[in-house]
Design a protein around this ligand. Structure first.
Ligand SMILES: [Zn+2]
Length: 283
């Protein structure tokens, strides 16, 4: 945190210098704009392979506290729905593609690991009353991957370590500084894990994920209103310290924003085939 404020202060000083040198320059960036710019700069330094490796390690860490559901039929179904919305997202392709899996937990929750591994709890699926709501939950997670929110949660001072992860692997074989480098990489995994499971992303990131979910749902032929109906169900059983409620903005605020965006849409009827295949699942 100290480093964060230090870098903000340094950037502010630089901006001040620039604005003195160029009286006609744009007004100084706000704190939020500087933060976004800093994150975008950091993200550009991480290639897809490193992002994938980081995401895989984060997923493995999550699986130390959650059990994967042993239900191949549900797994296949979830992947069909997930791939449909992912293809229509702002980032349809990642290094190793998107993968969706169910976690055996009754707490409603979902995790978007960098690179495209998406884990959703049975509790979250149980809240969904139809396929469109499943698609809505997954589209929100796909948007987090598309926006690289997980990668962005790595403390910027550790970027060098993530970017250099090929060198970490090589150094591991040589010994010597390996332990030190691996420890740095481990810290990046911790950063992402802590953000995803405990602290949550910023509100701005969550609003953006909901907004993108509405777009992907619509492009994929799903009803965007499903996000609002899912949030309505979540609101009814919201328990702020638990699962997805712990890491996301209050559901009432999310719902109000989503409703404002879909207010002009006419209600749609879900096609029969889609209803049938949803009901066939043992959720
Ligand atoms: Zn989210």
């Amino acid at each position: 945190m100290k480093r964060f404020f230090l870098s903000i202060t340094l950037m502010a000083m630089l901006l001040l210098l620039v604005s003195h040198a160029l009286p006609q320059a744009h007004p100084p960036a706000t704190r939020a704009e500087m933060r976004v710019a800093r994150m975008q700069q950091a993200t550009r330094n991480v290639d897809e392979t490193s992002e994938y490796r980081l995401g895989r390690a984060v997923a493995a860490r999550i699986l130390t506290s959650y059990q994967l559901a042993q239900d191949p039929k549900l797994q296949l179904y979830l992947n069909e729905v997930g791939q449909t919305v992912a293809r229509k997202s702002s980032r349809p392709d990642t290094f190793r593609g998107y993968h969706f899996a169910v976690l055996e937990s009754l707490e409603p929750n979902a995790f978007a690991c960098p690179g495209g591994i998406i884990l959703i709890t049975r509790g979250m699926l149980k809240l969904c009353g139809n396929e469109d709501e499943v698609a809505a939950a997954l589209a929100h997670e796909v948007a987090h991957v598309a926006h690289r929110d997980g990668v962005n949660s790595v403390v910027s001072s550790r970027w060098a370590a993530v970017v250099a992860d090929r060198r970490i692997a090589a150094a591991k074989e040589r010994g010597g500084r390996a332990a030190e480098m691996a420890a740095l990489y481990e810290d990046s995994i911790n950063d992402v894990f802590k953000t995803m499971v405990t602290n949550g992303y910023s509100r701005t990131a969550e609003w953006a994920a909901d907004q993108e979910a509405l777009r992907s749902l619509s492009r994929a032929g799903y009803n965007p209103q499903a996000l609002a109906s899912l949030l309505t169900k979540m609101l009814a059983q919201e328990n702020r310290g638990v699962g997805i409620y712990r890491t996301h903005p209050p559901t009432a605020l999310r719902l109000a924003r989503v409703n404002a965006q879909i207010k002009d849409l006419k209600p749609e009827k879900i096609p029969e085939a889609r209803e049938r295949r949803f009901k066939e699942q043992k959720i």
